[in-house]
Design a binder for this molecule. Structure first.
Ligand SMILES: Cc1cc2nc3c(=O)[nH]c(=O)nc-3n(C[C@H](O)[C@H](O)[C@H](O)COP(=O)(O)O)c2cc1C
Length: 320
């Protein structure tokens, strides 16, 4: 048991969230990560329909006595947000992780049911807004993260958030080992949210070539590109990704401007026609934590390994 605000909020043993990953997280991954002492999580949108999501919630909540988490995309472009939130309330999901939008509605409703909400933040502006909305904790997504990465270093961002908001702050980005968990706790974090580490798990919904690429890659094999979604994301360099390392053309820039601009007015109708060909297809996202990933293992073994590595790293620290 590693005692931190995260483990005491949820009554788990290991302060590690198997981070929510679009497409990659699975029901089984959530169950195994939570059973092993961490907190498994999954985006509600990994289920194609709201009713498929409800069925999964039924399975997870009936299988687990341990805590688990659902990730809700709180952005106005997610038409399922309110319905999926209601299902989470009905099943009393222990932890809601909101991303890409305001956590306000989730917080107001979840607190009435004694449920907790943490929100993903990449800078102090969003952290402040989340704290104002009443979240129970922050997930600080930093530079080097898989998926949409932040830009701040954890060395500065984590202590700053802890000092300013005196809340539970989970570090996300570039963490995949017990020693990196230890370093996050040393900065004042209450835990680590690890995504890339769990891509290389047996339960992940990723093709074997993708899992193997995570194991075989080093930090230099990754690059940051805004060309997939308009928001900079870390991906593994492959034969198919060369074009993503070149600057955006005018058409693409206009597409993303229309995508993110609420006030685009009539121009909005051109958005679809401008849509670039590249999407996530044939593109493997991963974070700089690939450097610490050497094997594809069952999720439960990964959790246990992180815990064991943590104890060794703690023992090895130079004494003052
Ligand atoms: C393939 C992939 C998909 C992701 N999808 C989501 C998502 O749907 N929602 C979300 O909040 N974060 C998503 N993330 C970000 C993770 O939840 C987490 O913040 C990140 O993986 C942490 O960095 P790490 O990969 O270096 O551990 C994704 C990350 C990856 C690698």
């Amino acid at each position: 048991m590693i005692e931190t605000p995260l483990t005491s909020h949820f009554g788990c043993r290991i302060p590690v969230i198997a981070a929510p990953m679009f497409i990659v997280s699975t029901t089984q991954l959530v169950i195994e990560a939570s059973k092993a002492g961490g907190i498994g999580s999954i985006p509600s949108l990994n289920y194609k329909t709201h009713s498929a999501f409800c069925e999964a919630l039924e399975e997870i909540s009936h299988t687990l006595t341990e805590p688990y988490s659902i990730n809700l995309i709180a952005h106005r472009t997610n038409p399922r947000f309110e319905k999926d939130l209601q299902a989470c309330l009905d099943f009393k999901v222990p932890l809601l992780i909101t991303s890409l939008g305001s956590p306000k509605m989730a917080v107001e409703k979840a607190h009435k049911k004694n449920m907790r909400v943490y929100s993903d933040v990449i800078n102090d502006k969003y952290a402040f807004k989340s704290i104002e909305a009443g979240v129970d904790g922050l997930i600080a997504v930093t530079a080097g993260a898989g998926g949409h990465a932040g830009t701040h270093s954890p060395y500065s961002f984590i202590p700053e958030l802890v000092r300013k908001y005196k809340t539970s702050v989970v570090s996300a980005g570039a963490l995949s080992t017990g020693s990196s968990l230890l370093s996050a706790l040393a900065l004042g974090a209450s835990g680590a949210s690890m995504g890339t580490r769990f891509i290389a798990s047996q339960e992940a919904n990723a093709e074997e070539k993708y899992k193997k690429a995570v194991v075989d890659s080093d930090v230099d094999d990754l690059f940051l590109t805004p060309r997939i979604s308009g928001i900079p994301a870390n991906v593994i360099r492959t034969k198919e990704t060369a074009h993503l390392e070149t600057p955006m053309g005018l058409k693409e820039k206009l597409y993303f401007w229309l995508k993110f601009n609420k006030n685009a007015g009539l121009m909005k109708k051109f958005q679809k026609a401008l849509r670039p060909d590249q999407g996530w297809k044939n593109t493997w996202s991963a974070g700089e934590s690939v450097s610490g990933i050497k094997s594809i293992l069952p999720a439960a073994e990964i959790m246990t390994q992180i815990y064991e590595e943590y104890k060794v790293a703690l023992e090895k620290l130079p004494k003052a």
